[in-house]
Design a protein. Structure first.
Length: 139
């Protein structure tokens, strides 16, 4: 995968995602997730999952990071790292894939684990046929 993100940037993002994971609120699933989203201008936005007793009201780490970025005015993104305590790297869920696809269609995604395992994907490989604003065209 060609990338603008250097190996040291990936490591730094992975560390930021793990720092965010430590603040996750996951009393129901016990599956803590942290995310670090890098904007094209170099800013990094962190997010963690925030669960709720009403499960649909829960928020994933990736969407939390994206919301923080959008609230800060960022609109162009380079990469995102997802960190978990799982044995295998975890890709974004379907809802996060849809959000990332709309706001960052060319973003590169990496998932890292405490055990040092990692996987990387392009957004287009994770969601090859996204629902887009053009999908709403009635004409």
């Amino acid at each position: 995968m060609s990338t603008d993100t250097s190996d040291s940037d990936w490591r730094s993002l992975c560390a930021a995602a793990f720092a965010s994971l430590e603040r996750a609120y996951a009393p129901y699933s016990g599956f803590r997730v942290g995310a670090a989203l890098k904007a094209r201008d170099g800013r990094v936005f962190a997010g963690c999952n925030v669960e709720n007793a009403s499960y649909p009201a829960s928020l994933c780490a990736e969407r939390a990071a994206m919301a923080a970025a959008v609230a800060a005015g960022a609109r162009e993104f380079e990469s995102i790292v997802i960190a978990t305590d799982a044995a295998e790297p975890a890709p974004p869920c379907g809802m996060c894939r849809q959000v990332l696809s709309e706001l960052a269609p060319t973003i590169e995604v990496m998932s890292c684990t405490r055990g040092g395992r990692e996987s990387r994907w392009t957004m287009s490989s994770l969601l090859p046929h996204p629902f887009t604003p053009q999908s709403l065209d009635h004409s």
